[in-house]
Design a protein around this ligand. Structure first.
Ligand SMILES: O=P(O)(O)OC[C@H]1O[C@](O)(COP(=O)(O)O)[C@@H](O)[C@@H]1O
Ligand SMILES: [Mg+2]
Length: 267
């Protein structure tokens, strides 16, 4: 019988196993070939995913798994796993240490459609920092074992805010959505102190939960990151607003309203 505690142990074991593969590859500089051939999967990416899948499948062989590299592994168990073996591929390949392994566990609860499943657990492991984030439904977010809240940090007003922007993989490939995204970005830069482009959203969801980043604007984000992000946001007390293809979060009401308004007027 699965409990959140046993699911969490497995998720942490899987993320740290995958993360150690990434750390070894990063330290060995094992990224060059992949940068030259965009349609070839990075060996670190697939190596990390193999580690994650081995841990999850050995303990929950009947759970459905949606893995970024190998796709869907069907199962009829009560939970579904979303596996991102390397969130931050661009950073990894550029030699920037902001990348993570991440899993989200969703309760299927009879949901016919996977998108109706409810996220109950999210784990993010940042191997180069040995940072671990765990978010549980109705259980808060922990950073290296300690409970954190988004209002732990000071300030959070637009004029002093650092805001991260998150987009899904398709946004830059479609001229119309690319233009919307650029317009949102310019507006964030006009109103806030700093804008950070996220090439590793799960790392930033952890920082938002700790209150070291002040706000987030997601435009047409990818499911694998967004389900985890919204769980972390809810469980850490981030103020939130959403529409059909956008989500904004902030540590203060004034920043939330500013981000909401600039997003709504452009989508
Ligand atoms: O700027 P690009 O090349 O479109 O990459 C942005 C993509 O990178 C990410 O930040 C991380 O993606 P990966 O998990 O594939 O590393 C995505 O969320 C985002 O869509
Ligand atoms: Mg990702």
């Amino acid at each position: 019988m699965e409990t959140l505690a046993t699911l969490e142990r497995t998720a942490i074991e899987a993320c740290t196993a995958g993360g150690s593969t990434l750390r070894d590859a990063y330290r060995a500089g094992d990224t060059e070939a992949d940068r030259l051939a965009h349609d070839v999967k990075s060996s670190a990416d697939t190596g990390s995913e193999a580690q994650l899948l081995e841990v999850i499948r050995s303990q929950y062989p009947d759970h459905r798994i949606d893995a970024e590299e190998s796709g869907v592994h069907e199962g009829d168990g009560p939970y579904e796993w979303i596996v991102d073996p390397l969130d931050g591929t661009n950073n990894f390949e550029a030699g920037l240490p902001s990348f993570a392994t991440a899993v989200t566990v969703l309760e299927r609860a009879g949901a016919a459609n996977p998108s109706d499943s409810i996220p109950v657990l999210g784990v993010v492991y940042v191997p180069m920092l040995d940072d671990l984030y765990v978010g549980r439904r109705d259980g808060g977010v922990r950073y290296n074992g300690q409970p954190v809240r988004t209002d732990d940090g000071p300030g959070g007003e637009p004029a002093t805010a650092t805001v991260v922007s998150v987009i899904g993989h398709d946004v830059k490939r479609q001229p119309e959505s690319a233009a919307v995204s650029e317009s949102i970005n310019r507006a964030i830069e006009e109103r806030c102190k700093r804008r950070l482009e996220s090439w590793s959203p799960t790392v930033h969801w952890g920082l938002l939960a700790r209150g070291t980043l002040d706000g987030v604007v997601c435009y047409r984000p990818d499911r694998e990151e967004q389900r985890l992000g919204e769980l972390f946001a809810a469980e850490s007390g981030l103020q939130r607003a959403r529409g059909e293809d956008w989500f904004v979060g902030a540590r203060s009401a004034s920043l939330l309203e500013s981000l909401r308004e600039l997003t709504v007027s452009r989508v």
